[in-house]
Design a binder for this molecule. Structure first.
Ligand SMILES: Cc1cc2nc3c(=O)[nH]c(=O)nc-3n(C[C@H](O)[C@H](O)[C@H](O)COP(=O)(O)O)c2cc1C
Length: 194
């Protein structure tokens, strides 16, 4: 755990442009307004080979870079489009490559987007996956349904009510780090419980 590092967002869509990326950027902006350093990995850097249990000596450079950035981050913000009622294979592959050695004890936020009327399937499944890997998933979360409509008309009542969850999630991440590590931002001497 590196409580001094940035909040690193990882985008589970390889599409360009990506609504998942747009949602992550909005949540990161809310975190940045509270003084947090933020970073985003999206697109080509996350076009990784499938995680297949190969020996550590054969880990591709892009995976080594992802692991390095994730290890250095104070918190992760994972984003996924809703695909067939759950999270994307891209974000599952990222989580598999990170594994519990990086995710255990890491503060994690989750955001999902869907073209249809619900992004809850991917949200629930991705939060559960992160919990299984030992992450400290923050209670705040954002599932953005009807995402084209929401971003096309951000002042409409539906969009306002949905987008405020993204802002709350962004603010919750530095808040969780302060709660865990105190105002100094440093982890306790004994570290976090496993
Ligand atoms: C393979 C696939 C499956 C999808 N399944 C769903 C779905 O179950 N429910 C839904 O509302 N939208 C579904 N969508 C639409 C995406 O959630 C939507 O296009 C989203 O904006 C994609 O995120 P992106 O813009 O970040 O790529 C699916 C799209 C693809 C390509």
């Amino acid at each position: 755990m590196n409580a001094q590092g940035p909040i690193l967002a990882l985008c589970g869509s390889l599409r360009h442009p990506s609504r998942t990326r747009q949602a992550l950027e909005r949540a990161l902006a809310a975190a940045a307004r509270l003084g947090a350093a933020t970073e985003l990995l999206a697109g080509e850097p996350l076009r990784l080979p499938l995680c297949d249990g190969r020996p550590e000596a054969e880990i591709p450079p892009a995976v080594a870079e992802l692991r390095h950035r994730a290890r250095a981050a104070a918190a992760l913000l994972l984003g996924s489009p809703e695909y067939c009622g759950t999270y994307s294979a891209v974000i599952k592959n990222v989580v598999e490559w990170l594994g519990p050695s990086i995710l255990q004890g890491k503060v994690v936020g989750v955001v999902t987007v869907a073209e249809g009327p619900s992004a809850q399937g991917s949200l629930r499944a991705l939060r559960e996956l992160c919990l299984l890997e030992g992450a400290w998933v923050v209670p705040a979360a954002a599932a953005i349904p009807l995402v084209e409509q929401v971003f096309a008309q951000p002042s409409a009542p539906l969009a306002v009510s949905v987008l405020r969850h993204l802002d709350a999630l962004g603010k919750a991440l530095p808040g969780a780090l302060r709660r865990l590590h105190g105002p100094s931002g440093r982890p306790p001497a004994e570290g976090l419980p496993a």
